[in-house]
Design a protein around this ligand. Sequence first.
Ligand code: SAJ
Length: 434
Amino acid sequence: MSNTKTVAVIGLGYIGLPTAAALATNGWTVIGVDVSGPTVDAVNRGEVPFVEPDLGTFVAVAVKQGTLRAQKETPSADVFIVAVPTPFAEDYAPDLSYIEAAADGIAPRLSGGELVILESTSPPGATCHIAKRILADRPDLSLEGGDGRPVVHFAHCPERVLPGRVMIELVTNDRIVGGLTSTASDMARNVYATFCKGELHTTDAMTAELAKLTENSFRDVNIAFANELSMISDRLGVDVWELIALANKHPRVNILEPGPGVGGHCIAVDPWFIVSSTPEQSRLIRTAREVNDAKPEYVLRQIEQLASGIAVPRIAVLGLAFKPDIDDLRESPAVRIVEGLAQRLQNGLIRVVEPHVCELPARLGQFANVTLANAEDALTDADVAVLLVAHSAFRSLDPELIKDKHIVDTKGFWGLATGKPRDKNVPAVKEQPL
Ligand code: SAJ
């Protein structure tokens, strides 16, 4: 495939815009498509409407050199890359409405010979579903050819980049490319080869879909194991961090870290797509989701128990983001915990320390008993100090600030940072969390 061809990237979010920028700075003409007017305008000004290191430079260069522009309507193109959200519905069934809307925008633009790549994390069978939807709309086109009708090619190529490292990992990570036909796999591999230096592994579309879900489910199950160990350890009076560090000395054991729960849009969502497709076979994956989803409530009850005898409990909560050293609060277990504290400790003062944001999210700002504070103000007169996110900024805190406090340290952070022994008063919660 010639590098002078046009790619339409549908969805200019955390994955679509970096992909568009990578292609536009590697020989392609890229038209980004988004339903949001402010996003389209920002991109056309060469700006990025969210935080991602280095992305701004790529977008600015591409827009300036005329290889990237954005619009609301889907254009004609040689390649279409769909990178829109795939959330789940109330019952954890995948919501395909965004990818269906993208497909409906692409269908009238096709004339034959195009490649449609689904990048959105998708349940097994989604690529086939999209192909059928487009071809039902366009009976003059076909998937396999051989009957005189022009062919349209379909592939799934899931993204695997880590937020905060997207522009590096887009280039260095291996990728899985799964076509509905082998020709589609080869065409899609050629597209990614223009900017990806990792290996490009071709397979069929459903294997590619399931591989992506498997990667995030593997991590979720491993984190659930760590979270379960943390609750077992609380009950038995063992330090879970020491326990895991010792177990990981075994050459074939590698347990991840417990925490306040699993946040973000990927690990907490993708396993449900497997469960939803094969509920009877996915018992472990479902249970892991339930264990991780129950962890914020467990932490909440630990804090409540420590605060229970105090008339006006002052709680210092360190960290709101869904993981360390980012400003992303979406689907954060820490936000859930603070919200629960605000509701249950109405006589309390909850001071939140989050060095990566300037104001509380609306969900927390509505509570009069929750304020954003700096670490010193929050900790000085706190009765309970709660560590929810292992931000690097918290490593330099003065150990004196947490001396003599009740501590709920979900990241095993203060024991290591201060040498302070584990607080034996932190209770294992009485009830089973599940
Ligand atoms: N977490 C723990 N313990 C750990 C590791 C993580 O509790 O030992 C928690 C984090 O605090 C966070 C959540 O898990 O709340 C998810 O964080 P993460 O760093 O594991 O993953 P994400 O959601 O930022 O990105 C994941 C990555 N997938 C894998 O590592 C298998 C990334 O490569 C994917 O591209 C991304 O999902 C995605 O888009 O699917």
